[in-house]
Design a protein around this ligand. Structure first.
Ligand code: PMP
Length: 366
């Protein structure tokens, strides 16, 4: 071990020694596991997506893909009533976020973000040397927009929020998002809408009016394509151009031919999108009631997961006991939220399995 430390000191860039990498939820390969820990969609992608990927696989994988992913850019732009120059694509929204942090937030002053949010934001800040100022969520874990004002004129690098927030699932109304945009007109306000299709209010209609707004989406959740790695940002062309500059200084081809073809087909199959989205939302409502019956307090969720705590039982303990019964949920050992469990919405069968497992776990604990 000692020798490794010496070798690290010898070869690593200083920034690498300081990194604290993000730890994704487990992806164990265990048959029959009820996997409700990483907010994937419980339904497979549209059959049209699979057909498009198969078709693309036969159309010249020996050739590089279109570096601009034009077909997908145009499809997404048309879908959201935007121009193609208002859309930027990346290898999952994590990559889009990383490029946005690099492009907009390295300003030698702190980036504002909620104290409880998607933990990858802080990881990018360490990677790029961006100071962070966390703004506490309210006691009920909602976002307090007024707390983002800096009356003393203190410089900020920008603002990043997830809406709906992760891991709480709590949504912020559009008027509040607009207030946030007006608080810092000279800085980019990044709204990460990874979960917005499950009932949240999207800020996309505000893009025309706010040159500082960048909205980030993913195909990993509501379009069941976590395995394909496609995310995108929408904003006015000057913001998209900055992202293109970063991308073209990093990787010309973040999206492969299969991802471009599959992504286009996912947006074309509107009926399937609507159907799976509604199924997830309806399971969520059922699961909330079932959890409340078991004594859980559940935050109001606009996402494909719920965030719940039980006043009598330790969350880490419950998560471990659930795992022993073949049900995986996510527990974060972090201040303010360590008594919560984040539970992704599964199929009705998976939700029933979770509720049954919880019932027996709680019975064993009381
Ligand atoms: N934003 C939020 C809030 C998320 O929870 C996730 C998923 N972990 C992402 C972005 C990244 O999603 P992806 O890279 O799969 O697009």
């Amino acid at each position: 071990m000692k020798q490794n430390t010496d070798l690290n000191a010898l070869f690593y860039s200083p920034v690498v020694s300081r990194l604290v990498p993000y730890v994704p939820g487990e992806q164990p390969q265990i048959d029959g596991l009820v996997k409700l820990n990483t907010n994937e969609n419980p339904y497979p992608p549209s059959a049209r997506v699979i057909a498009a990927i198969q078709w693309a696989a036969q159309q010249g994988l020996q050739l590089y893909p279109d570096p601009e992913s034009t077909a997908l850019r145009q499809t997404i732009a048309a879908h959201h009533g935007l121009a193609a120059q208002q859309v930027f694509l990346g290898n999952g929204s994590d990559e889009v976020l990383a490029h946005a942090f690099f492009a907009f937030f390295q300003q030698n002053c702190p980036l504002l973000m909620p104290d409880i949010s998607y933990s990858f934001y802080q990881v990018y800040c360490r990677l790029y040397g961006i100071p962070v100022e966390t703004v506490p969520l309210t006691d009920t874990l909602g976002l307090d927009v007024a707390a983002y004002a800096r009356a003393d004129g203190a410089a900020v690098a920008g603002v990043v929020i997830a809406n709906p927030n992760a891991p709480t699932g709590v949504g912020l109304g559009l008027q509040q998002v607009e207030r946030l945009l007006r608080l810092h007109p000279q800085r980019v306000v990044l709204v990460d809408e990874a979960y917005v299709d499950f009932g949240g209010d999207s800020a996309l209609p505000l893009i025309a009016r706010y040159p500082n707004l960048l909205v980030v989406h993913t195909l990993s959740k509501s379009r069941s394509l976590a395995g394909l790695r496609v995310g995108f940002a929408c904003g006015q062309p000057h913001l998209i151009e900055a992202l293109e500059r970063v991308k073209n200084s990093f990787n010309s081809y973040p999206l492969d031919r299969l991802a471009i073809a599959g992504g286009v087909a996912a947006f074309e199959d509107l009926a399937y999108f609507g159907q799976t989205r509604r199924a997830v939302m309806s399971s969520r409502e059922g699961l909330v009631l079932a959890l409340e019956d078991l004594g859980f307090q559940v935050l109001p969720s606009k996402a494909n997961f719920v965030f719940a705590r039980h006043p009598q039982h330790d969350a880490a303990h419950v998560a471990t006991a659930l795992r022993a019964r073949g049900v995986l949920v996510r527990h974060f050992k972090l201040p303010r939220i360590e008594q919560y469990l984040r539970i992704s919405i599964g199929t009705p069968l998976q939700c029933d399995a979770l509720v049954q497992a919880l019932d027996s776990v709680l019975a064993a604990l009381t």
